[in-house]
Ligand binder design. Structure first.
Ligand SMILES: [Zn+2]
Length: 443
């Protein structure tokens, strides 16, 4: 039992009183300011929904009260970019040198040797229980979809999406090197059909070096296949410290040239931070014009980028989040990998991701609205209007903190948080790693 455990009334109808809510995540008007972009607020919870929000003492309800004592109340958060199929294999297959190249080889070997349906299912379910316990309401996962793996992992994903309905909303993206669209036409066609069948999103990992004619052809084929099947796109883009990696601009140009009607997400975009100023500004403008959404994976990329043995890293590995936001580009941060060769740690805890993003991206001292990065912005990208916001009429899917300010929130891991799902507190204990020993071995 955490030291400041929050005790909720044993009823479906109650008032969360004397809370502080981020004003950037609510349209509830006239809340007294409580510093740092927070507003003082009472929330009336009835039958699993927020039915009213207002200044403290103004709701006129006689329902039992849970006094938050100025603690921050957040909506449950939204994870736009994860890899549930890779998660938690670390004790079975680590990363030989901590690099992106080392990760790719290790995952390929582990996938070939171990990723049957039962293995993928056990690790996905474990990861989702972590995310749920920490207060996540929706997760988009990339699914390694090369060759025979697609037929193994996509049905397991569909099973998980059904099993988790009402607790965590799930979306999946097919992941493969974009060359696949050119090199194996029959398998690529089959994959497109499968993604459409499961209501997924097309993805792909772009080139990690300079853009050539072949890259353009692969992107064109992907856009054509997505358009023909009414699918959205979500790419892994320029996840490298090679500054000549330029596929982000190529993707933006492809959207502008084709008038592609679906949503397009670009993940990582690390190399852009290393481009010369004029080129970076030009690329950001094209991304804004094309209406791309960007998702940065700060914890994972700080782990992978700029790594050379016995040499201190010189950069943080993250894309230009401030500049994208200033240009009006939809920008989010998300978890990415957890305890696999691409990132050794992590637990799908978006409060951890946000806290570390504040440090890595220096989001402090630049305005109070950054919580959108893990809440309303990724919810909008995923097409989930009920998620990531606080508003009367929305489900009472909430994270209730003892922290009263963003300083208190970001200083500690918030292990004493309460999580409400449809107005009911859930068990916030993450699952025990020992459960995975039969699959990945004990460390
Ligand atoms: Zn990723």
């Amino acid at each position: 039992m955490p030291p400041h455990s929050l005790t909720f009334p044993q009823t479906d109808d109650f008032v969360l009183a004397h809370a502080r809510v981020p004003l950037c995540l609510t349209t509830a008007g006239a809340l007294p300011p409580a510093g740092e972009g927070l507003g003082a607020c009472d929330l009336l919870i009835q039958g699993g929904r927020i039915t009213a929000m207002g200044a403290p003492g103004t709701l006129g309800s006689t329902a039992p009260v849970m006094d938050c004592d100025q603690g921050i109340v957040l909506p449950r958060l939204v994870d736009l970019h994860t890899h549930l199929d890779k998660g938690h294999i670390w004790s079975r297959r680590s990363n030989p040198d901590g690099t992106h190249g080392g990760a790719r080889v290790s995952v390929m070997e582990d996938r070939a040797a171990n990723w049957n349906g039962d293995d993928v299912r056990a690790r996905m379910d474990f990861a989702l229980r972590c995310a749920y316990a920490h207060g996540t309401s929706a997760v988009r996962t990339h699914i390694d979809s090369l060759g025979k793996q697609a037929a193994i992992s996509w049905p397991v994903f569909a099973e998980m999406r059904e099993a988790w309905k009402g607790r965590v909303d799930l979306q999946a993206v097919a992941l493969f090197p974009i060359d696949y669209a050119l090199d194996d036409e029959p398998m690529f066609r089959q994959l497109v059909a499968q993604v459409a069948h499961y209501g997924g999103v097309m993805g792909g990992m772009t080139y990690l070096g300079a853009v050539d004619e072949r890259c353009h052809r692969a992107l064109a084929r992907l856009f054509e296949a997505a358009a023909a099947n009414g699918l959205d796109l979500d790419f892994h883009v320029d996840e490298t410290d090679e500054s000549e990696a330029r596929t982000l601009a190529a993707i933006a140009d492809m959207v502008l040239a084709t008038g592609f009607a679906g949503r397009v997400v670009a993940g990582h975009c690390c190399a852009l931070a290393l481009a010369p100023d004029a080129e970076r500004e030009d690329t950001i403008k094209r991304v804004a014009d094309a209406g791309l959404s960007v998702v940065s994976l700060p914890i994972c990329n700080m782990y992978l980028m700029g790594r050379t043995a016995h040499r201190t890293p010189r950069w943080r590995g993250v894309t230009t989040v401030h500049e994208f936001a200033a240009a009006g580009v939809s920008v989010s941060v998300a978890s990415d990998n957890t305890r696999d060769p691409f990132y050794a740690y992590g637990d799908l805890d978006l409060l951890e991701v946000y806290r570390e993003s504040v440090r890595i991206l220096q989001l402090d001292h630049t305005g109070p609205d950054w919580l959108r990065l893990v809440a309303s912005t990724p919810a909008a990208v995923m097409g989930l209007p009920d998620h990531g916001r606080l508003q009367a009429g929305l489900p009472a899917d909430l994270i209730v903190l003892r922290a009263r300010s963003f300083n208190e929130m970001n200083a500690r891991p918030q292990n004493d948080r309460a999580v409400l799902v449809k107005g009911r507190p859930i068990d916030t204990t993450p699952p025990d790693y020992r459960e995975l020993d039969p699959w990945v071995g004990a460390p």
